[in-house]
Design a protein around this ligand. Structure first.
Ligand code: ZN
Ligand code: ZN
Length: 115
């Protein structure tokens, strides 16, 4: 009755992995980053580094998302896994402010380590 099921679009042409920068063959693994969780510190225009929400696309190698986080100087919560939706948490480290990415699915405290 006029309802068309769209055909699956081949979208793997020219997509490079954010981690290893190699062309992705097959379906990329996508990671989207949500808005930064509000902290007690009110965001100012100087400190607000607009984060690209993505989606970021990765090849099948498990090391690539952390390679991408490390390239950004971000931390990764060891209590979480790399998932399609990541929640950034504003962190203060010895080097300054950075972000930690967490899937937000664990009940325990975050344990951020450099990616
Ligand atoms: Zn890769
Ligand atoms: Zn966490």
């Amino acid at each position: 009755m006029g309802i068309k099921i769209p055909t699956i679009v081949m979208e793997n042409s020219g997509i490079c992995c954010e981690g290893c920068r190699q062309p992705i063959s097959g379906t990329p693994f996508r990671v989207s980053v949500l808005d930064i969780i509000a902290t007690e510190v009110a965001p100012s225009f100087e400190s607000a580094s607009p984060i690209n929400p993505g989606p970021f696309q990765f090849c099948a190698k498990p090391a690539c998302p952390s390679q991408w986080m490390a390239a950004n100087g971000w931390y990764f919560c060891t209590q979480s896994s790399v998932r399609e939706i990541m929640r950034p948490v504003a962190l203060k480290t010895a080097e300054g402010a950075t972000l930690g990415l967490c899937d937000g699915l664990h009940q325990s405290n975050h344990e951020f380590l450099p990616a």
